[in-house]
Design a binder for this molecule. Structure first.
Ligand code: GCB
Length: 625
């Protein structure tokens, strides 16, 4: 989260004080994000918003390209403009120009399909203000990429990062009972020093892509909490009465004698703990319970209370660890029958954001007989990780450190860390999430390895109960009969994961017959991607690239190769569930803007390769039983 200039000096002093008082609980987030947001009382700000398309950012810069100041009537956030008290008449918000929130702008108007730039969003809303000392926060599920937020002519803050939530406090005095004038400048331009950077293999959907709400909380409230089973390192199943380790973080220091209560009604469990500061560590033993697993995705209602606040969540309890060359879930080895997924609904050429969208994507994965999904290449909507919890689907969650990020820049590292933190805070109570990934196919160099190592360290500081990983790259020009995944980053991950496209980007699929894989690291080995293109409905012989038959052959050869994988092979998440939009895929016959590596085509039809992968998964499931 980034702050306005005004707040910066003030914050510098505060953060210095915070650093000096270096807290013992390193799991405490630095980002003031409120977690478990659905449990909060809120004014729903979704629906129609008025907009102004502003490719030259005229509402942000004056004609000398200087940033407009807060009292400038030309700025698009200024209510004066709306009321026509300015002499300039070139702009204004009207119903005729309205757009849906949440939702990317690209799919909502044909002229926005390729738009990358600024659009101003405006919403008026009323609120019944109480006078009890409650606090108000504007909460955004995600805005791609940069959001500048203004309420009633005042800037609340700015946020960068297109796939993670953020919130800004709204001072009581600024909030009106009627006609609040909320403006968000959304800018999805790509930049070399952002995360992701200029180059990606997915569509840069812009807009307010996830939900917006005005959240009301008590003056002192539960900002975030973790109630998870303690990290297991024994290689054994957790004890019958397992140990919980976590913490409860308030927004500010509690009053003297504040009590925190944790209650799990179904287990008839209640624990009162004296608050020990803004963050209170939790450590207690639960009664016998049913562990969460893909077969039994049991969730318990967990209530967290203070004297002034109450929140509740549904939480599954399980342990996950990389132990030797295995991945153990509740102490038992698991094999991940995965699939990589983009957060996109191809049938409607748009970002996924509804409950039905999440249900579609996980239903498709389940039809393939998956027990795991890799949510690539950025944090997906919270609805999908929550649904994965209730359906028993394991999740790999990732930040968009993709390809050629500016690894030498400390600023870029800080931006990546903010996104990592926001991803982890949002989902650290999700049983389904077992892997935090810090990036994808980053080219090996000492500076990149330091960058990625620093992210892995940060992920572990924020959450030591899950595995950390990154999708590594293999060098195709150097492919041999035995390929060793020896990226130096392998030393720092729990799960060595790599992408391989043998038979698509390197040779023909029959190259798989003589190729084997291994890693020098004594760790579990996972294939985070493999795949080839096949255009749905395009049939030819298996040597014809882009035909369903070629893709089918590719998967047949891959599956035979996978049967020769070493014992440390613990799973795979092929690329990819659905065909997806990409500006890099412009073959006028086969691609037309689509990456065609989906198991399903863009209309939702299963391709021939689907059945090969499903057959492999069915067989593995039978063998592992
Ligand atoms: C990869 C990338 C993925 C691409 C895919 C492809 O290695 O990780 O984002 O879409 O290959 O289709 O080339």
């Amino acid at each position: 989260m980034y702050l306005t200039n005004k707040n910066k000096n003030q914050m510098k002093k505060i953060s210095l004080a915070l650093i000096l008082s270096a807290c013992s609980l390193c799991a405490i987030a630095q980002v003031n994000l409120i977690s478990n947001i659905d449990a909060r009382t809120a004014v729903d700000l979704n629906g129609k918003w008025q907009y102004i398309v502003d490719p030259y950012e005229t509402g942000f810069y004056d004609y000398r390209y200087k940033e407009l100041k807060e009292d400038n009537p030309e700025a698009y956030w200024n209510t004066d403009v709306q009321q026509n008290r300015t002499e300039k008449k070139e702009h204004g918000y009207v119903d005729k120009y309205s757009i849906n929130v949440p939702g990317d702008w690209n799919h909502q108007q044909p002229e926005f399909t390729f738009y990358e730039g600024t659009i101003w969003y405006k919403k008026s809303f009323d609120v019944v203000k109480d006078h009890t000392g409650n606090k108000y926060f504007l909460y955004f599920g995600a805005v791609n990429y940069r959001a500048d937020v203004y309420l009633n002519g005042k800037k609340l803050g700015m946020h960068k990062g297109g796939f993670t939530p953020f919130n800004f406090e709204v001072p009581q005095a600024l909030l009106k009972e009627k006609d609040n004038f909320l403006v968000v400048k959304v800018d999805n331009k790509r930049h070399a020093d952002e995360v992701p950077t200029l180059n990606t293999d997915w569509w840069n959907y812009g807009g307010i892509t996830r939900e917006v709400k005005l959240v009301v909380v008590p003056g002192t409230f539960i900002q975030d909490f973790v109630v998870q089973l303690k990290k297991n390192t024994t290689g054994k199943a957790p004890a019958k009465s397992p140990e919980v380790q976590g913490w409860v973080k308030l927004n500010q220091a509690p009053v003297a004698g504040e009590l925190i209560t944790i209650e799990i009604p179904e287990l008839k469990y209640k624990k009162e703990i004296k608050a020990s500061g803004q963050t209170t560590a939790l450590n207690f033993v639960l009664p016998k319970l049913q562990l969460w697993s893909p077969e039994t995705p049991k969730l318990y209602q967990v209530i967290v209370r203070t004297q002034t606040d109450r929140t509740e969540d549904k939480i599954g309890f399980r342990t996950i660890e990389a132990h030797g060359i295995q991945v153990l879930l509740n102490g038992k080895p698991i094999f991940m029958r995965g699939i990589s997924i983009h957060g996109e609904i191809p049938q409607e050429v748009r970002r996924a954001y509804t409950q039905e969208d999440a249900a579609q994507l996980l239903r498709q994965a389940k039809e393939l007989n998956c027990n795991m999904v890799r949510l690539a290449h950025y944090p997906h909507d919270e609805k999908i990780t929550r649904l994965a919890d209730s359906l028993g689907v394991l999740v790999w969650s990732e930040i968009p450190v993709y390809w050629t990020i500016d690894f030498k820049s400390q600023e870029v590292l800080d931006k990546a860390k903010v996104q990592l933190e926001e991803m982890i805070i949002r989902d650290h109570n999700r049983a389904s999430v077992i892997i935090w990934s810090v990036g994808n196919e980053t080219p090996v160099s000492p500076v990149r390895t330091n960058f990625m190592h620093s992210l892995l360290t940060r992920a572990r500081e924020l959450d030591n109960t899950r595995m950390v990983s990154a999708a590594l790259e293999v060098n195709y020009s150097a492919l041999n009969d035995l390929n060793i995944v020896d990226d130096p980053l392998g030393e720092f991950v729990d799960l060595v994961a790599f992408n391989e496209y043998l038979g698509w980007y390197g040779g023909l699929p029959d190259k798989c017959r003589t190729t084997n894989w291994d890693t020098p690291y004594n760790k579990p080995l996972f294939i985070s991607e493999t795949g080839g293109d096949g255009k749905g409905g395009f049939h030819a012989d298996s040597l014809t690239r882009f035909s369903e038959e070629y893709q089918e052959w590719y998967y047949k050869e891959q599956v035979s190769m996978l049967k020769r994988m070493p014992a440390k092979y613990v799973g795979i998440s092929p690329w990819v569930l659905n065909d997806f939009r990409s500006p890099r895929r412009n073959n006028p016959f086969y691609q037309e803007g689509w990456n065609r590596k989906g198991m399903y085509d863009e209309k939702g039809n299963k391709k021939k390769a689907f059945y090969i992968l499903k057959g492999y998964y069915d067989q593995i499931q039978k063998e592992k039983k």
